[in-house]
Write a protein that binds this ligand. Structure first.
Ligand SMILES: [Zn+2]
Length: 235
């Protein structure tokens, strides 16, 4: 019974490692996906920033053009002969001045947008450095755990080989059959007169027998082989 109990514990450990081997690569993929999404976002923001800067430079050129127009018109002031011409020139200059102030406003707006984006971008860039660091640490941890799992796996498997031969073959077959049917658990402990596999009470007389760990006793409800492992404490 003790040997079979040890075997059951090993089988659970092996199952646990199997689940970890399945889960770890998925966890890593998730982390790396999150990281590339964030990098993509930063890339897009940088592109937007570039296009805003381009826009700003274009507007500044426009501003210079409009200012030149004003200067040229003002230069023509001395050549004006009639009042009508003078009025026309004044109104032309006024139009150019309006254009200048419009372009100036536009430039201010673009500059505001650029400032906002730069702030956001520098925050994101700081964050991504931390995210990448975290990812590398996590990745290392997972890789170490997987390597450790491999070692434990080999050890447990070797011990399982030995136990499989030592346990009475009829009992071993029964155990394997139950394990197959009952989510990897063929043998369970009993605590407080309750089967720890299905959590149904076992009859008091049976409980007394189980505590001896001498004979094959199975749970009347889930059929698993019962084992006395102390009441959660060491025997
Ligand atoms: Zn049970």
């Amino acid at each position: 019974m003790e040997l079979l109990w040890e075997l059951q514990k090993i089988d659970l450990d092996l199952k646990n490692i199997e689940e970890e081997r399945d889960r770890y690569p998925k966890e890593m993929n998730k982390l790396s996906e999150k990281q590339s999404l964030e990098k993509e976002r930063i890339h897009k923001e940088r592109e937007k920033l570039e296009s805003l800067e381009k826009d700003r430079r274009q507007k500044e050129k426009n501003l210079v053009t409009e200012q030149d127009k004003i200067k040229r018109s003002e230069g023509r002031m001395s050549e004006v002969k009639t009042n009508k011409e003078y009025q026309a020139l004044l109104s032309e200059i006024e139009t150019f001045k309006q254009a200048v102030s419009r372009v100036e406003e536009e430039i201010l707006l673009v500059m505001d947008e650029i400032d906002e984006l730069k702030k956001d971008l520098s925050k994101r860039e700081k964050e991504i450095v931390i995210t990448v660091e975290k990812f590398e640490t996590e990745k290392k941890k997972i890789e170490e755990k997987m390597a450790q799992d491999d070692v434990v796996w080999e050890e447990k498997l070797a011990r399982k080989e030995i136990l499989s031969k030592q346990v009475e073959s009829k009992l071993f077959k029964l155990y394997n059959m139950l394990k197959e049917k009952r989510q990897g658990i063929g043998m369970v402990s009993v605590r407080n007169e309750t089967c720890q596999g299905c959590f149904v009470n076992v009859p008091p007389q049976m409980f007394i027998e189980v505590q001896k760990n001498k004979s094959l006793i199975r749970c009347p409800n889930c059929n698993r082989i019962l084992y006395w492992d102390g009441n959660g404490e060491k025997k």
